[in-house]
Ligand binder design. Structure first.
Ligand code: NAP
Ligand code: MG
Length: 479
């Protein structure tokens, strides 16, 4: 038979649309400060090329940002008629759409994610989030949180590097719609779209101080969380840092939401549509290089079809294209940082040491940058670290089950509880399973589907509070 494999010509998206400054200041009170004395360099993880230098905010800078946010809250933003606040959010949403290509290219450069994901997922969803919450701004009295729900004040927000602009939108849009002002710290390795967002706030003529962006590393995050002048703390990131933040905030009157890690189970029953399930397994763990808190990192497949599913899965994974994140045909981009790559490698090694078998397709990794081939571990038991700990990379652990009870028991055998997926053709089996899974989100015959109208959040070590939807308003209201 003739070889029918397609060869793809390179199809890189142009970088020309992005203009970077050599060094960035902090965005405080509607303006950029001059760059601070201490700077950090953010690199392109696909080739380790330095992209720009970014300021490191210290306690004094954080204090100035919180003071600006307080002033804007009291004098401008909370007294403003809610419909007027909504107009600013609509405007921000529109500008994100207008500048979508610029934002997508910049996100892929700074983060390493494939352009088709930043272009088709991250940026459109960020715009949709602002658009959705803009609509709530003048309808809060009908949201079910009392006749006249009030904003909290100033929100301190710390976000991770896996969906930089999208996590910013999840944090800032509901805060602003409810009348709060914010100080946000992006992750050290992915600050650039947050800084471009600051320019978008200027373009939208958002009143100074309503949004403040302070860049830096963990110490900046610590200073922001500990600042006594805020009323609300919102964090997305690791469970370990989440614990530290919960301790810092305990005993204050600040309201807290934590969105932490996960070890999502993706359950495939023997009656599932297999081709569809295989696409869902791939999307569940290899989307965004597996840097997804709700990733389907544990595949639970019914024993009778395990061999067939694995065969089809390996076939499919062999066809994923790994490489230049800016190439429109790329499926798997770069790992975000050398640190994260080291973590993934170390956890994968424990899988081998503890007796699981790993498989990866024959794919060539680029010589520079941070890369990890999509990997599937079989022979995994529940005791293995790769079945329990979040790897946050393109690594799937495969376990099997015989009965629905066993599937549910294994799925729930985790300290986390963020997401799960169920694949079956029977509605009754779907509902029976979903009702027994202890996870904030359960997807049915799909995975990693997001919508601004739908609440998202976890149980237990995955954190608490909900983001998105009507529920997401509550975190920013005095109810
Ligand atoms: P992380 O350390 O929790 O970082 C998240 C954010 O918190 C970043 O902005 C980080 O700043 C900041 N930060 C770090 N230490 C802090 C502290 N003590 N006080 C206040 N803020 C602090 O997460 P990571 O290092 O990026 O990733 C580590 C692991 O977390 C991953 O392997 C993964 O398991 C998990 N993770 C989960 C999610 C999620 O969406 N649930 C997202 C990312 C990571 P810097 O980036 O500047 O250090
Ligand atoms: Mg970077």
């Amino acid at each position: 038979m003739a070889d029918t494999t397609f060869a793809y010509a390179p199809a890189p998206e142009s970088r020309a649309v992005v203009s970077l400054r050599p060094a960035y200041g902090l965005f405080i009170d509607g303006a950029f400060t001059p760059p601070t004395e201490r700077l950090i360099t953010t690199v392109n993880p696909a080739d380790e090329e330095p992209l720009a230098e970014v300021s490191v905010a210290d306690e004094g800078d954080v204090d100035r940002a919180v003071t600006a946010a307080r002033r804007a809250f009291e004098r401008v933003w909370s007294p403003m008629p809610p419909a007027e606040r909504g107009k600013y959010l609509f405007r921000i949403s529109r500008i994100i759409q207008e500048r979508a290509r610029e934002l997508a290219v910049l996100e892929s450069l700074d983060n390493g994610k494939p352009i088709k994901e930043s272009r088709d997922v991250d940026i459109p969803l960020a715009a949709a989030h602002f658009f959705y919450y803009a609509g709530w701004a003048d309808k809060l009295a009908h949201a079910g949180f009392g006749a006249a729900p009030r904003p909290l004040g100033v929100a301190a927000q710390v976000i991770p590097w896996n969906f930089p602009l999208l996590m910013l939108a999840w944090k800032i849009a509901p805060a602003l719609a409810t009348g709060n002002t914010v100080v946000l710290k992006p992750a050290e390795t992915t600050p650039l779209t947050a800084l471009l967002f600051a320019e978008i706030c200027q373009q939208a003529e958002l009143p100074p101080g309503v949004v403040n962006i302070v860049t830096g590393a963990a110490d900046t995050g610590r200073a922001l969380i500990a600042h006594p002048g805020t009323d609300k703390v919102a964090f997305t990131g690791s469970t370990e840092v989440g614990r530290e933040i919960a301790r810092t905030v305990a005993g204050t009157r600040k309201k807290l939401t934590l969105e932490l890690g996960g070890k999502g189970a993706n359950i495939v029953y023997d009656d599932a549509p297999l081709d569809q399930a295989v696409e869902g397994i791939v999307n569940g763990i290899f989307f965004n290089q597996g840097h997804v808190c709700c990733a389907g990192s544990r595949l639970l497949v019914q024993e009778s079809i395990a061999e067939e599913v694995l065969h089809r899965l390996k076939e499919r994974v062999s066809r994923l294209r790994l490489g230049d994140p800016l190439d429109k045909n790329t499926d798997i981009g770069a790992i975000n940082s050398a640190e994260q790559l080291a973590r993934i490698r170390a956890l994968a090694q424990t899988g081998r040491d503890e007796g699981s078998q790993d498989w990866a397709p024959d794919c060539e990794l680029p010589a520079h940058g941070y890369w990890f081939a999509p990997t599937i571990f079989t022979g995994v038991t529940q005791a293995h670290r790769i079945a329990r700990e979040e790897i946050f990379g393109p690594v799937l652990s495969v376990l099997t089950f015989r009965t629905p009870d066993e599937a549910v028991e294994k799925a729930n055998n985790t300290p986390y509880g963020l997401s799960a997926g169920v694949w079956t053709e029977k509605g009754s089996r779907m509902l029976w399973t979903a009702g027994r899974l202890r996870a904030g989100v359960v997807w049915s015959n799909t995975f990693n589907k997001f919508d601004p109208t739908s609440p998202f959040g976890g149980y237990r070590e995955s954190g608490y509070g909900r983001e998105g939807g009507r529920h997401g308003l509550e975190a920013y209201l005095d109810v």
